[in-house]
Design a protein around this ligand. Structure first.
Ligand SMILES: [Zn+2]
Length: 174
């Protein structure tokens, strides 16, 4: 399984992780699913949804409003959600796993204080990672394997992100 992340969705996931650091971000993923690929077109942060907000709590009013709004738009579907793991490994927590539904994709963004600059690149485990001005960020996509019912990591595809980051150091000309 692959997860394609558009430029817009990449920014949405990054900005919300940074904005609420060191709290967890949360938001919805919009797009569509083709045979073996989730196409994430947009990632919309849900401000009111503090941590623990997952599909499980989709009944809550503000969350339900957003879900209803998107479910009534043509051509865009809620295909999953995203949240950040501030200063934590990217692995799913038990709670994350409990909230997973079949046929949906779950993006997790690990975010830490940056130790050193790293250009954005694909990693062997299917994640992508890199740095911004102050942070190291790693992005993974998870889904439930239809056969085993267990969570699996998908391969993240995000051509926009690759090579992104780190403004070249200005060489002093003075
Ligand atoms: Zn989590």
């Amino acid at each position: 399984m692959q997860v394609f992340i558009s430029e817009s969705a990449f920014w949405g996931i990054l900005v919300s992780a940074i904005e609420v650091y060191r709290k967890e971000s949360y938001g919805l993923l919009l797009g569509h699913k083709d045979r073996d690929m989730f196409m994430v077109v947009n990632a919309v942060a849900c401000q009111k949804a503090e941590r623990h907000t997952t599909w499980v709590r989709a009944r809550e009013r503000s969350h339900a409003r957003i879900v209803n709004f998107f479910e009534n738009l043509p051509n865009l579907y809620i295909i999953g959600d995203f949240h950040s793991h501030p200063r934590r490994e990217i692995n799913l927590s038990e709670e994350d796993i409990e909230s997973m539904r079949p046929d949906a994709v779950y993006i997790v963004a690990e975010i830490r204080d940056k130790a050193k600059d790293k250009y954005w690149s694909y990693n062997e485990d299917g994640t992508i990672s890199g740095t911004t001005d102050n942070w190291f960020i790693k992005i993974a996509g998870f889904y439930l394997d239809p056969e085993s019912g267990k969570p699996k990591m998908a391969d993240v595809l995000c051509p926009f992100a690759i090579g992104f980051s780190i403004k070249p150091k200005r060489t002093s000309t003075a």
